[in-house]
Design a protein around this ligand. Sequence first.
Ligand code: TRP
Length: 332
Amino acid sequence: MRRVFSGIQPSGELHLGNYLGAVRNWVDMQNEYDCFFCIVDYHAITQDYEAAKLHPRTLDMAVSLLAAGIDPERAVLFVQSHVLEHTELAWVFTTVTPIGELERMTQFKDKSRRQESVLAGLLNYPVLQAADVLLYKAQMVPVGEDQVQHIELMREIARKWNARYGEGFFPEPQPAITHARRIIGLDGQAKMSKSLDNTIGINESAESIWQHLRPAVTDPARVKKSDPGTPEKCNIYSLHQHFSPEEMIQEVAEKCRTAGWGCLDCKKVLGEKIAATFAPFRERAAELRADPETVFEILRDGADRARAVAEETMREVRERMGFMPADQYARR
Ligand code: TRP
C-alpha cells in the first residue's frame, strides 16, 4: 500500500478552508492508502504564538480531525513533538539544504516581509516539513496548492541526501491536490483563515454558520437584487460547488444570471448544505470533548505507531551517515 503523510498546524478548531483544502481529502485517502496524519506543533512555533494556548489548540485540532472523519483504526494520527525523530532528521537535512533555496520560498518571503527580525526557524520551516514526510518514506502528500513549492524542495532534499548517503533511500514524494483552486474566504479576497475571521468553523451551529454567510462578499457587480449576476465571479457560487449536488449548482447559476434569486436566497441554500455537512462533525466533537481520555489514548497510540517507523528510519540514517552507534557506545 502506498504511504501518505500530511500535516496541519494546531490552530484550534478546523474551519471550512482546512476542511475543503485538505482534510476532506485525507478522510477519503484513508480507505486506499497507509496514512499518517500529524498535528505539526513544531511548525506552529515558527511564528508568534501563545505558549499557554499551544496545548489546548493541539487537543482541539485532534478533536476536530477525529470529528471530521479521521479514523484511528485506519490512519495514524499523532502530534509531531511526541516523536522526537522529526527534529532530529530536520537537523540532518539542514546540512544538505542550500540557504538560497529556502530564501526563495514564497511562504517564507511573505511571512518574513512582515517581520522586523527574521528567525532561522522560519527559514528552516520547509526543512522540518521535509523531515516529517521523509521520516516515513511517504510517497504522497495531500496538501493545498500553496504547499507545492515546499514539496518540490522536499524532493530536492531527498535527492541531495540520497546522492551523498544512499541512492534510493528516500523516495521523492508527490503532492496530491484534488481541490486545486484556492478556497477564498468569505471576504471574497484572502485565503480562508481563522485569524482573518473570513471562514466558518466545522463545529459551528446552523445559526452561527448563517451569521458568517449573511454578510459574505458575492459578485461585486451585483448591487441590487434585480441585477443579474455572474456566478463565476461569486465566491458563494464556488462554495456551492463543494457542497451542493449538480442540479442545485446549475439552478443556483441560472437563478443568479436571471436575477431570479437574490444573493441572500443563494446563501440560505448554501448555509443549509454546510450545516447539514457539519452537523455530524459537531455531534462527534461534543462527544469527544466530553471524553478526553479517549482522545489522549488515540494520540498516544498514534505516536507509538509513528515512532516505530521513525526510529527505524533514523537508525539507518545515522548508520549511513557514519555516526558512532549510541546503542553500542552510550546509554540513551
Ligand atoms: N506547511 C504545511 C501547511 O502549512 C503543514 C505541514 C507541516 C505539512 N508538515 C507537513 C503538510 C508535512 C504536509 C506534509 O499546510
